[in-house]
Design a protein around this ligand. Structure first.
Ligand code: SAM
Length: 295
């Protein structure tokens, strides 16, 4: 943390986003990463891993609804789903709003699941107790290497591509995801800020373009993340994620009006890219810099 009372991610491109902290609720070094739960003034409780914001109570719905409902509603009949990462449980909860048979979640760090359930229970909202959920504590890379034509939808809800998540953004990994998909299946992943992490956004999209026939980047607004505008990407051999299937919309558990961010219009609009991103160039000419690690 920058100093008591404020939180700031390590600087990206000389840019810092500070927020006021009301309390540090938990500070733990797990086997894989530094896990913190903070109570923030603007966004309520917030999960931080290795100084990077993962999710907050206030804006988690924007990230999770867009990562999940866009690919899940584009697929005509998703039954078997895999989540890699996602220890806060927000992705699992949204997947379970669909009439699926089984969802496997492979999260490397039990501490993230445990602390999220204890301090951020609103995010998973009971999802970990659903009998359709099979939660495995392990490495998503190793798990996917054992899978073939097993899943309709694969969701990569990981940390940024450093530390344990490094292997989740490579050509080899995306080839294992492609093998793990059933015919007609699709995957979605977040791919960082197209503003402040433009190199990472471009690298993820172009790596996927080397593996899948259809690669469709899309955008969501998640204000607690640096820069606010966040990149996600869907990829498949045959299934376009551009629009929701009207029949599938009617199958979503609960009322569409109860969603916070996702609507069918937002779904379609999220694929409209600014000109530079459409040309696979950085959104703005901001000098890219890796996080310095200085908090
Ligand atoms: N919404 C977040 C974001 O945009 O950064 C992601 C949140 S979720 C908490 C990220 C999870 O990915 C972490 O709990 C981390 O432990 C997990 N993770 C990282 N590398 C992994 C791997 N190789 N296999 C499985 N889970 C992994």
């Amino acid at each position: 943390m920058a100093d008591p009372g404020t939180f700031a991610e390590p600087p990206l491109s000389g840019y810092r986003q500070h927020m006021e902290i009301r309390a540090l609720l938990r500070d733990e070094q797990s086997l894989y990463q530094h896990v913190q739960v903070l109570d923030t003034a603007p966004f309520g409780r917030m999960l931080v891993l290795d100084d990077a914001v993962q999710t907050t109570i206030a804006d988690e719905a924007a990230y999770h609804e867009m990562l999940v409902h866009v690919p899940m509603l584009a697929h005509p009949a998703p039954r078997q789903v895999l989540i890699v990462g996602g220890g806060d449980g927000g992705t699992l909860r949204r997947v379970l709003q669909h009439p699926i048979q089984r969802v496997v979640q492979v999260e490397i760090d039990e501490a993230v699941i445990r602390l999220s359930r204890e301090f951020l229970p609103e995010i998973s909202a009971g999802a970990y107790d659903d009998p359709r959920a099979d939660v495995i504590v392990g490495d998503g890379v190793a798990y996917l290497e054992t899978q073939s034509a097993a899943f309709d939808v694969v969701l990569i809800d990981s940390t940024d591509p450093v530390g344990p998540a490094e292997g989740l953004f490579t050509t080899d990994f995306y080839q294992t995801v492609r093998r793990a998909l059933r015919p007609g299946g699709l995957m979605a992943s977040h791919c960082g800020s197209p503003v402040l992490m433009a190199d990472g956004w471009l690298r993820t999209v172009s790596t996927l373009e080397g593996v899948f026939g259809i690669v469709q980047p899309y955008l969501a607004y998640v204000p607690a993340y640096p820069g606010g505008l966040w990149g996600m990407v869907a990829a498949s051999e045959s299934c376009s994620a551009h629009r929701p299937d009207p029949y599938r919309l009617s199958q979503l558990a609960g009322d569409l009006d109860e969603l916070s961010y996702y609507t069918p219009d937002v779904h379609m609009a999220s694929f409209a890219l600014p000109a530079t991103l459409g040309r696979r160039q950085p959104l703005f000419p901001i000098v890219a810099a890796e996080p310095s690690g200085v908090a």
